[in-house]
Design a protein around this ligand. Structure first.
Ligand code: FNR
Length: 194
């Protein structure tokens, strides 16, 4: 089985982002069955349907780039109990023009992280609502809402405790399994009998 390529979208643009640190740890810890790569979203002009007939090159590049991946992992903070604008913008750009939705059918997973105790639960579930509409089969469990995330890294940005490392290992392994199961060629064999 070939290695699955996974796009990692981080919902924070700041250099010292805790979610970016988490994404880099996910990249290191993920099993060999998947190769995780961060796809930048900060350069994307805001979605505007008036530009659909002559889209900015950043949109065109981004859509082509996402099309080349086997799955997508969203790693996001929560802004005002919802999805940060930069990430929602990326989702919207990929979803248009209508009927050319590049997310369509790609397996997804969501990990949210926050210094707060609730771990970005609201962002995760608002994002999941969009993932339903853009037709991304999204891994249900393990759910990943990482609270008090600012306490979880050492001075090099590596996860500093075995419990979180184990959680991330399980999460990425489950997503690798999910991605393989949801590839178009494998889906027929997933249908329930009867
Ligand atoms: C936040 N933050 C935040 N945290 C949270 O748990 N729930 C929330 O609703 C919000 N709302 C919110 C809005 C805005 C505009 C900002 C800038 C921040 C705090 C947020 O979790 C914290 O700044 C994180 O460190 C942001 O993630 P990164 O950038 O570290 O990945």
């Amino acid at each position: 089985m070939r290695q699955m390529k996974i796009a990692v979208l981080v919902g924070s643009l700041r250099k010292e982002s805790l979610n970016l640190k988490m994404a880099k740890n996910l990249i290191k810890i993920a099993p060999d069955a998947i190769k995780l790569e961060i796809v930048e979203i900060g350069q994307l002009p805001l979605y505007n349907a008036d530009l659909d007939s002559n889209p900015p090159f950043e949109w065109v590049d981004f859509r082509q780039c996402i099309s080349s991946y086997d799955g997508v992992l969203f790693v996001t903070p929560e802004y005002n109990r919802s999805v940060p604008g930069c990430l929602k913008n990326a989702v919207d750009i990929g979803s248009r023009p209508y009927k050319e939705n590049v997310w369509n059918g790609k397996p997804a997973a969501v990990l949210s992280a926050s210094p707060g105790a609730m771990g970005g639960f609201g962002a995760s579930h608002h994002l999941r609502q969009s993932l339903v509409f853009i037709n991304m089969p999204t891994m249900q469990t393990p759910e990943a809402y990482i609270g008090k995330v600012h306490e979880l890294f050492d001075e090099n940005g590596d996860l500093n405790n075995e419990k979180t490392i184990q959680f991330v290992r399980n999460f990425t392994q489950a997503f690798a399994d999910w991605t393989i199961k949801m590839q178009p060629d494998n889906r027929d064999s997933n249908r329930l009998e009867g």
